[in-house]
Design a protein around this ligand. Structure first.
Ligand SMILES: Cc1cc2nc3c(=O)[nH]c(=O)nc-3n(C[C@H](O)[C@H](O)[C@H](O)COP(=O)(O)OP(=O)(O)OC[C@H]3O[C@@H](n4cnc5c(N)ncnc54)[C@H](O)[C@@H]3O)c2cc1C
Ligand code: SF4
Ligand code: SF4
Length: 1010
């Protein structure tokens, strides 16, 4: 046994880290930066852990626990860290089970069970079960199922929208393989006390606690379907009374214990048959009370789920890029000439056949004939509609102003029949405290997520938080409800447990804790022995953690945090200022999703918290507010090596800007940070300058392309480029060609199109101009086929390459020059559009250039943004007004589109898919192919090469390889085409190239299809 008193000192911790690293195969991370990234979850709290361990195997997990016991170090096992009550942060050694302990160990289809490791993500489990054709799934479906781990669900006793059918996690848990607080392994399940003497003793001791407090347990535990407060004493008492200690399942006591009783190493779960048919009805109501009144009648139709969203969720959805379209669907539910929709209910049905489903939905219409409702039965439609409900919580973080809908009384559960009455009483409390609340809910089981709008940084609001929490606790008791229906106790509700359950029950919790964890090492301070609710709030970082009483050199403070004195290059008014942008991440962890969407490519490939959007958001927040710098806000905050490392693997793909429900925009913050970094060190590194000045270098190379290509491809040049410019010698550089301007000079003069023809301007981006002029030619010929006169103004660069490496000051100057040249085309009403082949350049005009703090008039930039479109986007949007509609030949095979990341994020998926869908109908599909991993120059760097390929292999390259010879893969992004060619040996085409090839009647261009 090591000396426990020494364990908390920095030297002892460093020694401990070194000792532990020798013991396990996994990673041991004790640096302040790594600890900072695990100091928050989705709650209001921030607590710096002692260190982070990423075990590679169950053996590693066991060794880590034994080590912590030996060193007397508190422990916190963690999954995705998506908890809302603060139970996933602690001054403890954090064990991140999500990276390697994520296997489905066994499946018993007959017995409808499976065994899993704790880090397996819920949706991944269900996908594996589907792929294996089991027809089974795990019942509880948390809204965070795309990233929540089974270990975390067990820790919190999670539940989902369908708990009316499947109950909570504990109802679906057969047994747990755990590591107890003495470092010993045990299998907890019904009957374990008979087989294992140690467990027999422990079970008897638990039974003794239960019998001692039986009357009070019966009296004080709520009888609601949902309850996630304290330990499950009522359940264990039922088991004991039904069958003695043999019937007691200690796994059920650990479930919901928030990691305070044991560490889960594996779990045996019950599975349920996946529904054969599902249908969703979405109902619109003019008010929240009207929606709540409808819940009870709806329950008589035996739905699988009834979920609610209110007007505040809708308001934030309208402002969100990803969900604005979903809101139009909800708004369409208003009654004819009736008031706007203020609340919506999602009612889902499971059925064995289409007929049964039709009957269920018809019964709902008969039940509520005057309520506008839409019935959805197609999986894609339902998925889309559910996406809005599932995003309700993170969307609320976008409510403008300092007061946010915060989580502290957000999870009450009462009898659904009493919901209207309960909400009215709740509303009175909220109003009495001078604020309002946002509502969304699992209405079917009376579990309401009510979030009063408060600013925890404001001392008066903090006072209100405390009083409101106490009053709501009393209200819930009065209604016989539960303080938490699913989110658990953590730091926010553990301090209220005594008020809720009374002293005796809390004593019983403490007795249970002592039986399992006598040294109080497992997630201490949760459920038993909590600190006051307002300690360790994220917005008032603990001075002890900061190493200073207050920030030195701060220019401003907001929300309890200090911000440096500097002139940002971007305007952040769309994110409540720079400070708002820095604090935008709410920690919900949606960016940890796997195998779908684009956000976040580097996380999807590494599964490392550090390389998730949340990791970067945390790193930036902590460093910019001086929390990595002992509270000092001097220049060194822009020069933090670890933060630079964390930002390094960000591909600036902008997926987070759209897919993150809070619209965190790491690409912009990264560019800002790098720009400040260069300012601080007084130079821009050569490797950044080479990328930033791509246009100038390409122009030079294109003047003598043959010579440039010979030189660029020579072994010596490649070696030098790798050494000096960070361009991997394994990558082929795109060949230089005589420029598009040269072609224009030779082939286009006034006689090719009449001056009276409608006009568009083609923006000659760097790659189209100097590397792929044939693409520019195809674009011009295609547009001409539609009757356009195509101008090719020489206006310079959009600054994209500079922005991508953080040369924001230079990008501003470049953009100012470009706007000056482009102004006549922007202002000219006859010039219908400014068109792009390269999506990232169009995205610059539609996004980055609008938020740059530059001298060009914002109004001019907005006009440019309105005209900036991809060629194919324009041809579709302006379909009705083209002078000519040329014919296209039918393609020989299927056509699949891989959209560029920035295109998806800024221009929208439809910018690339609408035209091919219009022209080729069912032959066309859009791939869910994520990111190509190349992202401009990202994939060229030697230290990014492997990761770049790994990202491409996640979905894009396998999809490309699956295409048949006559199929065509479309990829508007230059770097995407490059990656596909190198990685899958498939030649992807720009949509414009394919369309030019298929033009009927035009001279064939004779380019290969693939
Ligand atoms: C937007 C949003 C929506 C949500 N919706 C729901 C919902 O619909 N239903 C719901 O129930 N919850 C919901 N939650 C809360 C949370 O996502 C769930 O409780 C989820 O199951 C937690 O999983 P996790 O992997 O993130 O766990 P974590 O947050 O990492 O951990 C949760 C607890 O389990 C413990 N734990 C984790 N792994 C182990 C282990 N191996 N051994 C012992 N203890 C362990 C941790 O110590 C912690 O106390 C929501 C949260 C957010 C942010
Ligand atoms: S970056 Fe966005 S998705 Fe990720 S945790 Fe933060 S708010 Fe959630
Ligand atoms: S820009 Fe892309 S890579 Fe960077 S954090 Fe956002 S999603 Fe991840």
């Amino acid at each position: 046994m090591k000396n426990p008193r020494q364990a908390g000192s920095p030297t002892a911790l460093a020694d401990a880290a070194a000792d532990l690293a020798r013991l396990i195969d996994g990673e041991v991370r004790f640096s302040p930066h790594d600890r900072g990234l695990y100091a928050t979850d989705a709650s209001l709290y921030q607590v710096q852990p002692l260190g982070v361990v990423i075990p590679r195997s169950r053996e590693d997990l066991l060794r880590t626990v034994c080590f912590a016991v030996d060193y007397h170090l508190p422990l916190l096992a963690r999954g995705a860290g998506s908890s809302l009550a603060g139970q996933a942060v602690n001054r403890a050694l954090i064990i991140d089970c999500s990276v390697h302990l994520d296997r489905l160990l066994e499946t018993d289809v007959e017995g409808r069970t499976c065994r899993v490791e704790p880090g397996l993500v819920l949706d991944q489990l269900n996908q594996k079960l589907t792929r294996r054709g089991t027809g089974l799934m795990f019942g509880p479906d948390v809204a965070t199922g795309r990233h929540a781990n089974l270990g975390g669900m067990i820790g919190n006793n999670s539940a989902g929208a369908h708990s009316i059918l499947y109950g909570m996690t504990v109802d679906n848990l057969i047994g747990l393989d755990v590591i107890l607080a003495n470092g010993k392994e045990a299998r907890l399940e019904a009957g374990a006390s008979e087989r294992d003497k140690r467990l027999g003793r422990l079970t008897q001791d638990v039974a003794a606690v239960l019998t001692r407090h039986a009357d009070e347990i019966r009296r004080r535990f709520p009888k609601t379907v949902r309850r996630a407060n304290g330990y499950n004493l009522d359940r264990l008492l039922d088991q004991y009374e039904a069958g003695g200690t043999a019937a007691m399942n200690l796994a059920h006591l650990c479930c919901g214990s928030e990691g305070t009783l044991a560490v889960t190493a594996a779990a045996t779960l019950k599975l349920v048959p996946a529904p054969k048919r599902t249908g969703l009805a979405v109902l619109g109501f003019p008010s929240l009370p009207a929606a709540l009144e409808a819940v009870n009648p709806i329950l008589t139709t035996q739905p699988a789920a009834v979920e609610l969203i209110d007007h505040l969720v809708m308001q934030t959805a309208r402002l969100n890029r990803e969900h604005a379209a979903d809101m139009r669907f909800i708004e369409s539910l208003a009654a004819d000439n009736g008031p706007a929709v203020q609340a919506a209910l999602y009612v889902e049905y499971f059925a064995a056949s289409d007929e049964e489903l039709g009957e269920q939905l018809a019964a709902l219409t008969r039940l509520l004939p005057g309520t506008p409702q839409r019935h959805l039965t197609r999986p894609s439609e339902m998925q889309r509609a559910w996406a809005l409900r599932k995003a309700a919580e993170p969307l609320l973080h976008a409510v403008p102003g300092l007061r946010k809908p915060i989580t502290f009384v957000e999870d009450t559960a009462v009898d659904p029949a009493r919901l209207p009455e309960f909400v009215a009483a709740f509303e009175r409390i909220v109003q009495a405290h001078g604020t309002e609340a946002a509502y969304y809910a699992h209405a079917s089981v009376g579990c309401l997520h009510i979030r009063p709008l408060l600013a925890p940084s404001d001392p008066d609001d903090r006072e209100r938080m405390q009083r409101l929490a106490e009053e709501v606790t009393d209200l819930v008791r009065e209604f016989g409800g539960a303080l938490s229906g699913e989110h658990g106790d953590g730091r926010v509700r553990s301090p209220l447990l005594e008020r809720f359950y009374g002293r005796e029950i809390c004593n019983a919790f403490a007795e249970i804790k002592r039986l399992f964890d006598p040294k109080n090492l497992l997630n201490p301070g949760n459920i038993v022995g909590p600190a006051p609710m307002l300690t360790h709030l994220r917005v008032t970082p603990n001075p002890h953690d900061l190493g200073a009483e207050q920030a030195v050199g701060a220019a401003s403070t907001e929300g309890g945090l200090s911000f440096p004195d500097f002139e940002p290059c971007f305007d952040y008014s769309d994110q409540h200022g720079f400070s708002g942008a820095v604090q935008q991440c709410n920690g919900a962890g949606v960016c940890r999703k796997r195998g779908e969407g684009t956000m976040c490519p580097s996380y999807q490939a590494t599964l490392d918290e550090r390389h998730s959007t949340r990791g970067r958001g945390n790193a930036l927040r902590l460093t910019i507010t001086g929390q990595f710098n002992a509270g000092r806000l001097d220049d060194s905050i822009w020069n933090d090596a670890e933060t630079l490392k964390t930002l390094d693997l960000c591909l600036s793909c902008k997926a987070c800007k759209t897919e993150c429900p809070s619209n965190v925009d790491i690409a912009r913050l990264k560019a800002e940070y790098l720009n400040q970094h260069y300012e601080t060190i007084g130079r821009v590194p050569l490797k950044a300058r080479v990328v930033g000045h791509t246009r100038m270098l390409s122009r030079l190379a294109s003047a003598a392309p043959d010579l440039s290509n010979v030189v660029a491809n020579s072994g010596l040049a490649r070696l030098l480029m790798q050494r000096l410019c960070d361009i991997d010698k394994r990558r082929g550089l795109p060949p230089y060609r005589p420029s598009l301007y040269r072609w224009q000079k030779q082939h286009r003069s006034a006689q090719t199109a009449t001056a009276t023809a409608p006009t568009v301007a083609l923006f000659a981006d760097c790659f189209t101009t100097y590397n792929e002029p044939e693409l520019g030619v195809a674009a011009i010929e295609l547009l001409e086929a539609f009757g356009y006169r195509v101008l090719l103004p020489q206006v310079g660069c959009c600054g994209r390459t500079m922005l991508s490496v953080g040369m924001v000051k230079q990008a501003i100057r470049t953009a100012e020059r470009t706007f000056a040249q482009l102004e006549p085309y922007i202002r000219d009403a006859n010039c219908r559009a400014i068109l792009f082949c390269e999506p990232s350049c169009a995205a610059s005009f539609r996004d980055d250039l609008l938020s740059l703090r530059c001298r060009t008039d914002l109004e001019l930039r907005q006009q440019a943004a309105a005209k900036a479109m991809l060629v194919e986007e324009f041809l579709d949007k302006a379909w009705g007004s083209h002078a000519v509609h040329p014919q296209f030949a039918a393609p020989a095979g299927r056509i699949a589109l891989h959209a560029h990341c920035q295109q998806k994020a800024v221009l929208g998926q439809a910018s690339g898919s609408a035209l091919p869908a219009r022209l080729f109908g069912e032959r066309f599909t859009t791939l869910d192919s994520g990111c190509c991993g190349m992202a401009g120059a990202f994939g060229y760097r030697p230290d990014h090469y492997e990761l770049s390929h790994k990202i491409a292999e996640l979905s894009l390259l396998p999809a490309a390889r699956l295409l048949d010879a006559e199929d065509v893969l479309l990829a508007p992004g230059t770097s995407c085409r490059h990656q596909i060619r190198e990685g899958a040996k498939v030649r992807a085409l720009h949509p414009v190239q394919l369309l030019r090839q298929l033009l009927v009647g035009a001279e064939a261009r004779g380019e290969p299809r693939r």
